[in-house]
Design a protein around this ligand. Sequence first.
Ligand code: ADP
Ligand SMILES: N[C@@H](CCOP(=O)(O)O)C(=O)O
Length: 308
Amino acid sequence: MSESDMIQIRVPASSANLGPGFDSIGLALDLYLTLDVILSDKWEVIPMNRELEEFPKDDTNFIVKTAAEVAKRYNKELTPCQIKVSSNIPLARGLGSSASAIVAGIELADCICDLKLSKKEKFHIASLMEGHPDNVGASIFGGLIIGCQLDEDIDVEVIHSIDLELVAVVPKEELLTKSSRGVLPEAMSYSESVAAGAVSNLLVAALLTGNMELAGKMMKKDKYHQPYRKGLVPHLQVIEDHALDFGAYGVTLSGAGPTVLCFIKKGQTSSVINGLKNLLPNMEYLPIHVDYKGSYVTGSLDTALLKK
Ligand SMILES: Nc1ncnc2c1ncn2[C@@H]1O[C@H](COP(=O)(O)OP(=O)(O)O)[C@@H](O)[C@H]1O
Ligand SMILES: N[C@@H](CCOP(=O)(O)O)C(=O)O
């Protein structure tokens, strides 16, 4: 088999919200979902690590179903493939594993059906599928993204000029996004919404000017989701109370949780990890970096074998 008969799709993880940027801000992280794809006579999804064993191995796999939905949108059909899937993104931990799977499905359909979608088009489809643009946007564009999804009208700004030192504090237990959204209120008062919007606006300004002390302060003042989710993630309060003393600018619940993302002062990663480990020894501590590339594909499939 020649090089051109296979593709590799690589999609980064994400941390959504950054506190008050609920459902609109996302940061791409250097953990990856990777698909090695070759054409085949039947669908076969082969998990390359133990965590992925639980998922279907045929065309009912979430990634393949997503790809089929995208193909249908363009009146195309998928040609069956063998896909080797590997990932170091912890599942159901608020690091965007499901968003990365959606993006991988879109990239897969784009390749198999030769759709030639732009990043913006992939982003539009992914946001509609996920229901919010934060985590899929980060996984597609890389860097920091700020999106606004009002029904089918979806806009985004992508910022690559940020340099952050990060630590993800990952609990052993899963928390499904669906359950974590279930504790959010139906409505907020007008005055609360105005205050919550102000906090979010200032977070963005502080991130863009590099005023990380202020960004950290705004992260803690989020009024949209963290106060409601704290009951599900009691370690968030512990980390909020102590991480700044150990050398963090601020901390946020990553996506819907339970992971907490710490924004670290230069050179303070070990101090923050060691300090928090004494208080919360049962967590995994991952020093993490921003991914600036977003999802990308290498190689190509033999177009002569593809369905038109
Ligand atoms: N590689 C994958 N293949 C198939 N399904 C996946 C994959 N990654 C994630 N999922 C689905 O997404 C779910 C987790 O999504 P979610 O609750 O939103 O948490 P997360 O914060 O990790 O995105 C998993 O339980 C699984 O159903
Ligand atoms: N804005 C969403 C983000 C969910 O991200 P995930 O990585 O936890 O799937 C939310 O906070 O519900």
